[in-house]
Design a protein around this ligand. Structure first.
Ligand code: SF4
Length: 130
């Protein structure tokens, strides 16, 4: 199942000032596991994203990793993401660190894999508004 609207909705929910704190180099595509691990560490140490604000806190984490064909669960997770206050930051984290499995920032792994350059470009444009 495809949810193209989620990818397109980046601009509407973006928090430019938070995106601006992410190092510019993170908005370059990297296929290096080493780079992505360093980036992940940066996000953890920076405390930039307040995961306590996440709408998925307290929910069953498996909903964000549905099996093929579990469309009801997929839709449930996406609907929770759509109401999340840190949706854009969550998407930035996933896309900057090469996270290509599971639902992050209201996008599926497939959407991120297929639209990585487009999402990075849109996040970069948004951060420039800060
Ligand atoms: S956008 Fe990210 S933090 Fe928010 S509910 Fe979805 S997966 Fe959780």
């Amino acid at each position: 199942m495809s949810h193209p609207k989620n990818v397109i909705s980046i601009e509407r929910n973006a928090v430019a000032s938070r995106l601006a704190e992410i190092p510019e180099s993170f908005f370059e595509l990297s296929y290096s596991k080493f780079d992505n691990e360093k980036r992940r560490l940066w996000f953890v140490e920076s405390g930039l994203i307040n995961w306590k604000e996440a709408a998925c806190v307290g929910q069953d984490p498996s909903w964000w990793f549905p099996e093929r064909g579990q469309n009801d669960i997929l839709d449930l997770a996406l609907s929770i993401c759509s109401q999340c206050n840190i949706k854009t930051e969550c998407l930035a984290f996933a896309i900057c660190t090469g996270e290509d499995q599971g639902i992050w920032g209201g996008t599926t792994g497939r959407e991120r894999r297929n639209n990585r350059r487009t999402i990075l470009k849109r996040l970069r444009i948004k951060r420039a508004e800060a």
